[in-house]
Design a protein around this ligand. Structure first.
Ligand SMILES: Nc1ncnc2c1ncn2[C@@H]1O[C@H](COP(=O)(O)OP(=O)(O)OP(=O)(O)O)[C@@H](O)[C@H]1O
Ligand SMILES: [Mg+2]
Length: 238
């Protein structure tokens, strides 16, 4: 049996007849931060959709904490301890900040992490405390992202996945998000982070997985990636 928190093996998926993933392999150990890197359209969000039961897995295995989750219903996957901050944030525009946070809250006494509550999320993101009665639609992009993270934390996940952690945010807000993620890591929460800013990812993450046309073409530590300018140039376009 695998000791990984999450183990994705040989994942195939696509949209109708258009196959996008061709055997993705990726694993996350407990307490680790892992990135999924690649240029636009390489299959990062598609991988995440499969992980959360939002897109059918056509081949392969997804094992989370020893349980098969491929093609399981999304609510069950969330219950097992996977939390998602989706691409585009997808907060509820007509609910207040507080309502957004409590909408999907649940306890999870089994993961050994300090539990999240409305009060704790408001302490973690003081901007959300100030905006508690505002509607989701009235928030800035940065506040919306904090809300999306807070909402995922309210499910008390064991593994938090962020698809585009800082996309479209101003530099100062981005820095706030990176330091929030570092705090979460320091508490022992495991993360999968997708983002275009390699610098902060190299500081935060333990392992990187580079996707190219639906296949993992490189994986390794931050130190190893920092020493591979050719990989960075060829597959990340920076
Ligand atoms: N709903 C969809 N229907 C059909 N094709 C899709 C759909 N969503 C994505 N694709 C295609 O699947 C491929 C992978 O897309 P994916 O969203 O996984 O990319 P990505 O790596 O997350 O990049 P980015 O977020 O920058 O677009 C792309 O060719 C994209 O056009
Ligand atoms: Mg994407």
């Amino acid at each position: 049996m695998s000791q990984h928190l999450l183990n994705i093996t040989h994942l195939h998926a696509g949209y109708g007849r258009a196959q996008v993933l061709f055997g993705v392999n990726l694993s996350v150990n407990a307490g680790e931060v892992v990135t999924l890197l690649g240029r636009n359209g390489m299959g990062r969000s598609t991988t995440i959709k499969c992980l959360f039961g939002l897109l059918p897995v056509t081949q392969g295995e997804l094992v989370f904490q020893g349980q098969r989750i491929d093609n399981a219903p999304s609510f069950q996957i969330a219950r097992l301890g996977l939390g998602l901050v989706p691409e585009g944030r997808q907060i509820f525009p007509n609910l207040t900040v507080t309502e957004n946070l409590v909408a999907t809250a649940r306890t999870n006494s089994t993961n050994g992490l300090k539990p999240w509550s409305l009060a704790r999320v408001c302490q973690f993101f003081p901007r959300l405390a100030e905006r508690q009665h505002h509607l989701g639609s009235q928030l800035s992009g940065g506040e919306q992202q904090m809300l999306a993270i807070g909402r995922a934390l309210m499910t008390n996940p064991s593994l938090l996945v962020l698809d585009e952690a800082t996309e479209g945010l101003a530099p100062l807000i981005r820095a706030e998000i990176w330091s929030a993620l570092a705090e979460l890591k320091a508490e022992g929460l495991s993360l999968i982070v997708i983002d275009k800013n390699l610098g902060p990812l190299l500081k935060l993450a333990d392992q990187h997985f580079v996707l190219e046309k639906g296949r993992i073409v490189w994986s390794g530590s931050s130190a190893a990636l920092a020493n591979e300018p050719d990989i960075v140039h060829a597959y990340l376009g920076v």
